[in-house]
Design a binder for this molecule. Structure first.
Ligand code: B12
Length: 249
């Protein structure tokens, strides 16, 4: 019998690898409790985030904890994602940790946090590839938007009806297959025919700039991390054409 002689992994100090990532989390507050909360979020540790938030709530204002601890922690995660240090599991875990912390703060406040604006996200009809959409959801949530997540394989009419019912400031779509991306121009045409001209940001491996800018309302989203900034532009009054000329070539 032949045994593997590859011993390269034996002496790997995994705790030291964690340290490398830890060191890349920037210092965001001189306040010990707020920094600890941001670190717990960036570590994606929901339980520790809750503990740290509960402790901080004994002395601090819930809004301060959200805006100076939880959200900056998630912003670090977005940065590390952009830099290729973090991958999807970390982004999702951190988003869950941040949301758990926000929930505790909202309980203390006695009311839900005022959101910046509603955004509907979906993955195209016939398509179950939702990893890109999950990142978009996590980053938008982290930036304070209310995300109405329609999920995957969403029929065209369901997307249109949801837009009419919720009146979001922006719609997003993700498609990973050449067979499913054709849903996007159909959705855009239906919205346009009803004079509901909201920016429709489409991304996913199947689509490219040429395809998405080929129909009215369409703006191509290359990276999930663009979504919060695009939504921010809409809040400042940008129309779909302005958004397209800013973000697409
Ligand atoms: C993972 C995967 C799966 C997983 C999906 C798990 C899940 N929950 O998503 C599983 C195994 C289930 C799967 C199934 C299938 N898959 Co598949 N899959 C993949 C794979 C390997 C990776 C896709 C992925 O998640 N990429 C990572 C994410 C992060 O990328 P992304 O979604 O594009 O998002 C990025 C950007 O596009 C952007 N973005 C995305 N959305 C948005 C939105 C906004 C607003 C913005 C701003 C940005 C943005 O942001 C992200 C980066 O920051 C690809 C191959 C590949 N290398 O791409 C094949 C691939 C997509 N699959 C393919 C196929 C064919 C299938 C199946 C039909 C296989 C089968 N015969 O059963 C089924 C599909 C079933 C269905 N009805 O959907 C084909 C599609 C071919 C085509 N062109 O049509 C591919 C390309 C593989 C191939 N080379 O053939 N698959």
């Amino acid at each position: 019998m032949k045994y593997s002689t590859d011993t390269s992994g034996i002496f790997t100090r995994f705790d030291m690898e964690i340290e490398v990532t830890r060191r890349s989390i920037r210092r965001i507050s001189s306040d010990f409790a707020l920094q600890a909360i941001a670190d717990c979020v960036a570590d994606g540790d929901e339980e520790k985030t809750e503990e740290a938030v509960k402790e901080a709530l004994e002395q601090k204002d819930p809004l301060e904890i959200i805006h100076e601890g939880l959200i900056p922690g998630m912003n670090e995660v977005s940065r590390l994602w952009d830099e290729g240090v973090y991958f999807l599991p970390q982004v999702i875990l951190s988003s869950d940790a941040m949301m758990a912390g926000i929930k505790l703060c909202e309980q203390k406040l006695g009311k839900p946090l005022k959101k910046k604006g509603k955004i509907i996200t979906h993955t195209a009809e016939g398509d179950i590839h939702d990893i890109g959409q999950s990142i978009v959801n996590a980053l938008l949530n982290a930036d304070g938007f209310e995300v109405i997540n329609l999920g995957t394989d969403v029929p065209i009419d369901v997307v249109v009806e949801a837009c009419l019912a919720h009146k979001p400031i922006m719609l997003t779509g993700t498609a990973l297959m050449t067979t499913t991306m054709s849903a996007f121009p159909k959705i855009a045409a239906k919205l346009k025919s009803m004079n509901f001209n909201i920016p429709f940001v489409c991304g996913g491996g199947a689509v490219n700039e040429e395809f998405v800018t080929g129909f009215d309302l369409g703006i191509w989203g290359k990276e999930a991390s663009q979504a919060p900034a695009m939504a921010g532009d809409i809040l400042e009054g940008a129309h779909w054409q302005e958004l397209r000329s800013k973000w697409n070539g």
